[in-house]
Design a protein around this ligand. Structure first.
Ligand code: 8DG
Ligand code: MG
Ligand code: MG
Length: 143
């Protein structure tokens, strides 16, 4: 029988907003190695976007989030083998005193807060495309 056709995956990425800052980490995964990206991961069977956002942020940073809310979706054809439909969600910290931990050191060099108007470089491709298009994740105009 022919080899199975690859299928697009569903990703969920989280703009964790803290004042006018967002949480980013330098990726160590093959996809987007050394670029700065939002916490997030793949949607599991039966999950809502908000549940996936909560779970991935917790797994990757230890942080508890609140007010998870759908923002937008992008279609990311990253390579011949990687195609991810990415759902972007925003959220805030459940407890503003919580500090991010690097819980998946093989996938991320470390998390930090960055001013929306002074983002680090290079950003992960799909995130860079959104910033270039003028996308702003803040509810009003905190940035
Ligand atoms: P998992 O095994 O924990 O489910 O997945 P992961 O290893 O945490 O996946 P990921 O690569 O961090 O995220 C899944 C996909 O979501 C990623 O390959 C492409 C897409 N994606 C974007 N933009 C962003 C972003 O800014 N951050 C993250 N984490 N993923 C993003 O298109
Ligand atoms: Mg993950
Ligand atoms: Mg991830």
């Amino acid at each position: 029988s022919p080899p199975p056709s690859p299928m697009p995956k569903v990703g969920v990425a989280v703009f964790l907003l803290n004042g006018s800052k967002v949480l980013l980490g330098k990726r160590l995964s093959a996809i987007g190695h050394s670029t700065f990206a939002l916490p997030g991961g793949h949607l599991e069977f039966g999950e809502s976007f908000e549940e996936c956002a909560e779970r991935e942020v917790k797994e990757e940073t230890g942080l508890e989030i609140d007010k998870a809310e759908y923002l937008t979706v992008t279609n990311n054809i990253i390579s011949e083998k990687v195609h991810v439909v990415c759902i972007f969600v925003r959220a805030v910290l459940a407890d503003v005193n919580q500090k991010p931990e690097t819980l998946e050191p093989e996938k991320c060099a470390g998390w930090d807060w960055y001013e929306w108007n002074n983002l680090p470089k290079p950003l992960f491709g799909p995130l860079e495309d959104m910033v270039q298009s003028g996308f702003n994740p803040f509810p009003t105009s905190a940035s």
